[in-house]
Design a protein around this ligand. Structure first.
Ligand SMILES: C[S@@+](CC[C@H](N)C(=O)[O-])C[C@H]1O[C@@H](n2cnc3c(N)ncnc32)[C@H](O)[C@@H]1O
Length: 353
């Protein structure tokens, strides 16, 4: 039976949303609670689904996009607090695990050697304040791979150093969603802190690579490519698992392109590239305009449907999608790959809780 839950409004600045509550909640809290967590920068709940599946109870959420709040409310029956910069950390309940897929905001650090105070004015500072006050057993952070290189590696170094100053043993690793059962080449940095133990990434169980074609819909309102394109007779699987099989016949990049190299993916702007459904899909971006990639599947060239985008992020079929197409696309591109988060959370539970 589907459980009906009254929405919980956290804090004082809750936005009232018009999501009807007399419909079933696909992801109610677990019955046998084994640990608690908070869901910062919650988006549409990519952390929350796998954490709940592992019997974690979410005791606080924070997300300022009204569209994402709507989707969150519809799927979890609760509305997150809004802007984290307006959050009084004392209203956050005690919790075992703090999760945050914090926005990849350009970071400038004052460098005054004041520890985490140096990050004041950035969103990670607000996360550190919650950690300082509540000292959760585990801190579980996620960000784009580029964080490793941002400001010549300084940004990541500061985040790790600050967590250490807050009393955590920290480990970090770049992981690829394609190693966890979804056909997407999506690399993300995962940072994990615990009070005494170092998280062992080598214990994560990986899965064989999947191919995109097994995650596609059979019947839908497909958007086919309706203009000239070139398919390569000679193509190969790239080490990443992508198969660049063709391109729209648009102008190629000029700078640094040698004659005879137009069959290489990098000379074609992202929205012009075509990838085979026999390989992986490139990482879904958070803006539809920056390129929903074309795929070559069963002799046709088309775009992924929104449902297929949610499939290759590992969202369960019961997940309720709300909002217009470009908003849905933004939300899923911003989210996390659920099977990868679930495997990490499983190991967090086994090693650290
Ligand atoms: C990278 S996404 C995280 C998505 C999430 N992990 C998920 O599974 O959907 C970052 C999120 O932070 C939210 N955000 C950005 N600034 C914020 C702020 N000041 N307070 C609260 N949320 C914020 C954005 O709206 C976005 O949904």
């Amino acid at each position: 039976m589907i459980q009906l839950i009254e929405p919980a409004f956290y804090g004082t600045r809750m936005q009232q949303l018009s999501v009807p509550m007399d419909i079933g909640i696909p992801f109610p809290p677990p019955v046998n609670v084994e640990f608690t967590f908070i869901d910062l920068f919650a988006g549409i709940g990519g952390f929350r689904i796998p954490m709940q599946e592992l019997n974690g109870k979410c005791v606080f959420g924070c997300e300022f996009s009204l569209h994402a709040q709507k989707a969150y409310n519809l799927n979890f029956g609760e509305s997150p607090f809004g802007d984290i910069t307006e959050l009084d950390p004392t209203v956050v309940p005690k919790h075992d695990v703090l999760t945050a897929g914090f926005p990849c905001q350009p970071f400038s650090i004052s460098g005054k050697m004041k520890g985490f105070e140096d990050t004041r004015g950035t969103l990670i500072y607000n996360v550190f304040q919650i950690i300082a006050l509540h000292q959760p057993k585990v801190v579980f952070l996620e960000n784009v791979k580029h964080l490793v290189h941002h400001d010549k590696g300084n940004t990541l170094k500061v985040i790790i150093k600050d967590l250490e100053e807050l009393g955590y043993v920290v480990s970090a690793k770049v992981l690829n969603a394609s190693d966890f059962g979804v056909p997407q080449n999506r690399e993300r940095i995962i940072i994990i802190g615990h009070k005494t133990k170092k998280f062992d990434f080598t214990k994560l169980k990986t899965k064989p690579r999947q191919t995109l074609k097994n995650f596609l819909e059979q019947n839908a309102n497909f958007e086919y490519l309706n203009e000239p394109y070139t398919l390569l007779a000679d193509y190969k699987i790239q080490p990443s698992g992508l198969i660049f099989i063709g391109y729209r016949n648009k102008a190629i990049r000029k700078a640094g392109v040698r004659a005879g190299t137009e069959n290489l993916s990098r000379v074609h702007k992202q929205p012009n590239r075509i990838y085979s459904s026999n390989g992986l899909h490139p990482a879904l971006p958070s803006q539809e305009t920056s390129g929903r990639f074309w795929i070559h599947h069963e002799g046709t060239v088309r775009k992924l449907t929104i449902k297929e985008c949610y499939n290759i992020m590992g969202f369960p079929n019961e997940f309720k999608m709300i909002n217009n197409t470009s908003e849905l696309y933004r939300q899923v591109g911003n989210s996390v790959c659920i099977p990868m988060i679930k495997e990490i959370a499983t190991e967090i539970k086994a090693q650290l809780l």
